[in-house]
Design a protein around this ligand. Structure first.
Ligand code: HEC
Ligand code: HEC
Length: 326
């Protein structure tokens, strides 16, 4: 333990305790900005967690948020695309919602502003939970525990406010910031990465151009970009579907690479099953789509360098968020 300036004691890793100040967690990711109208409390987070795992949020009581956002898979589902009610298929791959509290925009199209706004999207979506908010609220209000919690926490009947605030508060509590890379980079532990992982970080950040779109510590710019996945994006042209602006064709929100070891298959359509596929894509320079980012160019890596790069990406895994999950 180190005694720091200002009477703070550093407890590994990011927890600092200061005299006469309550414990503060200093994360390399910075502080989460909670909306004025949804300040977190443990009760809210607990209610949100229960709702997140409750299959009664879907038309036929078969699907919960956690069906597609599975804790053990960094809140993804290891499927190319996901299954909603009656086995209906989504068109996109489920993204991780770890560190969702830091998102500057929500969804692959980067078009929703808040987590609160996102909650009712999967609930009402035909291929996901397929139930109207009105009938869902009628259903949930009849469940005594939910109605009781709504009264106690929000002093109101169980309504859309309670539903969306609680789930969003739970999502903002899902933090993953203690990978071996974090220990190396921000925790001062120079031995936390192996030689190969350090070499991989250099390839990622200096030799290649990956950090231009996937910069540490978040490993995303949160912008929507075209990474040259296809010449013709077919049915799903990404952000184009929001404003029908041709400059948005093939642009998808840059995903964070934290826990990328766990979140396969990759890309908005789950078309790459392994990190080898991803590296092969970038090293080929991608497809020559008119909106492809000019940053992406072909490159050659030796077999050893490829292994180093993959090892680095795997050092971004942090499953400490699993404490408290099955
Ligand atoms: C049937 C599978 C499925 C279910 C059920 C589901 N999701 Fe998702 N979720 C997805 C997919 C697929 C996307 C990506 C959609 C897109 O970008 O168009 C997504 C996106 C998200 C995002 C945006 C993440 C980001 O990086 O922008 C959040 C947050 C989220 N879901 C939370 C939830 C919550 C909360 C529930 C329950 C109310 C839920 N999901 C239910 C599949 C699902
Ligand atoms: C111009 C911006 C840009 C650059 C540069 C870039 N990426 Fe990406 N990356 C993206 C976008 C956008 C996606 C998501 C595309 C999609 O969903 O179809 C993505 C997806 C990925 C994924 C899949 C993540 C997931 O969960 O699906 C990995 C892994 C990845 N990139 C690694 C890299 C590596 C390694 C490099 C350097 C060789 C790199 N990226 C350079 C924009 C970029």
């Amino acid at each position: 333990m180190n005694i720091l300036k200002g009477g703070c004691i550093a407890i590994p890793l990011f927890l600092y305790q200061c005299r006469s100040v309550s414990p503060v967690t200093v994360s390399p990711l910075g502080a989460i900005i909670h909306p004025e109208a949804n300040k977190p409390s443990q009760d809210k987070i607990d209610l949100g967690r229960t709702l997140f795992f409750d299959t009664r949020l879907s038309a036929d009581n078969s699907i919960s948020c956690a069906s597609c956002h599975v804790p053990a898979f960094a809140f993804t589902d290891r499927k190319r695309v996901s299954n909603g009610v009656e086995g209906r298929m989504t068109t996109r791959n489920s993204p991780s919602i770890l560190n969702a509290g830091y998102l500057k925009s929500v969804m692959f199209d980067a078009h929703l502003e808040t987590l609160e706004m996102q909650v009712t999207v999967p609930i009402q979506e035909h291929v996901e939970m397929d139930i109207t908010v009105v009938s869902l609220l009628e259903r949930l209000r009849k469940i005594p525990e939910y109605q009781k919690a709504a009264k106690e926490i929000y002093d109101r009947d169980f309504d859309a406010w309670v539903l969306t605030r609680s789930i969003a508060a739970f999502e903002r509590s899902l933090i993953s910031d203690n990978s071996r890379f974090d220990q190396y980079m921000y925790g001062g532990d120079k031995s936390a990465l192996t030689k190969s992982e350090k070499a991989g970080w250099k390839i990622f950040s200096e030799d290649l151009y990956c950090i231009k779109c996937h910069p540490a510590p978040h490993f995303t710019t949160y912008q929507a970009e075209n990474n040259g996945l296809y010449m013709d994006y077919g049915e799903d042209k990404g952000r184009f579907r929001i404003n029908h602006d041709t400059l948005d064709m093939g642009r998808f929100k840059v995903p964070s690479l934290r826990n990328v070891e766990l979140t396969y298959p990759y890309m908005h359509d789950g078309s790459f099953s392994s990190l080898d596929d991803v590296i092969a894509h970038y090293s080929s320079g991608g497809e020559d789509h008119q909106n492809k980012s000019s940053i992406i160019k072909s490159f050659d890596l030796s077999e050893e360098e490829q292994i180093d790069l993959k090892n680095f990406l795997r050092a971004l895994t942090d499953t400490s968020y699993m404490t408290g999950f099955r």
